[in-house]
Each structure stands twice: as C-alpha cells, then as structure tokens.
Design a protein around this ligand. Structure first.
Ligand code: SF4
Ligand code: SF4
Length: 198
C-alpha cells in the first residue's frame, strides 16, 4: 500500500497559480472556495529581499485532526494516507473545518464539506494530481513516501531543506516544502499577503 505525499520546491515555484486554476477546473471547485491557493510573502528589504510563493492545500496529515472530530465518519483517512470526505455521510456540521489548523476545508454549496483530495480520481487512473501535472516549473512532485525511487522520495532526498507547516502541532503533514527561499525557513502564517485566484 503506498503512502502518498507531495512536495513543492519553493526555490522553483513562481506563484503563477497554474496549479490552483488546474485544480479548480479538474475538481469543478465552485466560485468563492478553494482546494488550493497561493500565499505570497516578501521578507526583508533591498538588497536583501526574498519572496516566498507558497501554494497551500490539504496536507493529508498522517495524524489528521479533522478525522477524529467528525461525528459521522464522513471525514476519514484511507490506507494510502489520503484524507477524504464522504459527502453522503457529511452533515456539514463544520467540526472538521474548525479542527483543521491549515484552513484547508470549506463548505461546498451542495451541502457537504470539501477540500483537496490529492486528485484521488486521477490516482486511480495512474495519473498525477492535476496541480502536479500542470505546474510549468516542475516544482511539484508526488508519489509513495515508502518507495525510495518515487518522485517525491527523490525530491525529499535531494532537497537542501525540508519544511512542513506548523510541525509543532503534531499533525505530521505529507505536503512538504523544499528549499524555502528565506534562510529562516517558511514564512509565518499571519504575516503573509494572501493571493487567491478564482
Ligand atoms: S503551478 Fe507550480 S510554479 Fe505555479 S504556483 Fe503552482 S506550484 Fe508554483
Ligand atoms: S462537516 Fe462533515 S466531514 Fe466535517 S466533521 Fe461534520 S460531518 Fe464530518
């Protein structure tokens, strides 16, 4: 059984949001809500200025706080590590939205909670997630963490630096950020200028 993960090399990401648009189209994400968005932050000042473009989406945590809080079992974790929602069981109570520290979930207008699925439907067809397939800088990799030759395992191995969002929470994200441009690592949550594309 694979253990799916994604990595994004921030030294290559240019914040073009092609991934976000591809996700919108592939998953028919309604206006006003997002599976995937880009945060952009400038750090420092000329001549020591860094810009971080950081795509964000569900991190498919190994220890996902959105799963145990769900009263119906609609929010669940598959054996391959994907964290998903069964819309037929979801009562839209919002407990999982409150529990996710990454703001990755939203209420779909059809009356259930939705979020990034790592394009589970494409994985079944042997295709990479739409965001990975679309990225023009090839900064996104995906695959099985337990396979040392998978693209994501190789990228992690070759990275100069690997970060995850809010590691102190113990959620153990499986969306990894490689080679963060700032020497101090990922920029902090509430200081970033957010750029969402719809
Ligand atoms: S498509 Fe690639 S380069 Fe563009 S924002 Fe997404 S991850 Fe970054
Ligand atoms: S909104 Fe749906 S998936 Fe989320 S906790 Fe409630 S029932 Fe579960």
């Amino acid at each position: 059984m694979p253990r799916y993960a994604m990595a994004i090399d921030l030294s290559l990401c240019v914040g073009c949001a092609a991934c976000a648009v591809a996700c919108k189209m592939e998953n028919q994400v309604p206006p006003g809500v997002f599976n995937l968005w880009i945060r952009e932050r400038e750090v420092g000042a000329y001549p020591d200025l860094t810009v971080e473009f950081r795509p964000e989406q569900c991190l498919h945590c190994e220890n996902p706080p959105c799963v145990p809080v769900c009263p119906t079992g609609a929010s669940y974790q598959r054996e391959d590590g994907l964290v998903l929602v069964d819309p037929r069981r979801c009562i839209a109570c919002g407990a999982c939205i409150a529990a996710c520290p990454y703001d990755a979930r939203y209420l779909h207008p059809a009356g259930y909670v939705e979020k990034c699925t790592f394009c589970a439907h494409r994985l079944e067809r042997g295709q990479a997630p739409a965001c990975v397939a679309t990225c023009p800088t090839f900064c996104r990799t995906f695959g099985d963490l337990d396979d040392p030759e998978s693209p994501v395992s190789r990228a992690l191995r070759e990275a100069g630096r690997v970060d995850v969002l809010r590691p102190e929470l113990g959620t153990r994200p499986k969306l990894f950020y490689l080679n963060a441009p700032s020497k101090r690592g990922l920029t902090q949550e509430r200081q970033v200028k957010e750029v969402r594309h719809d």
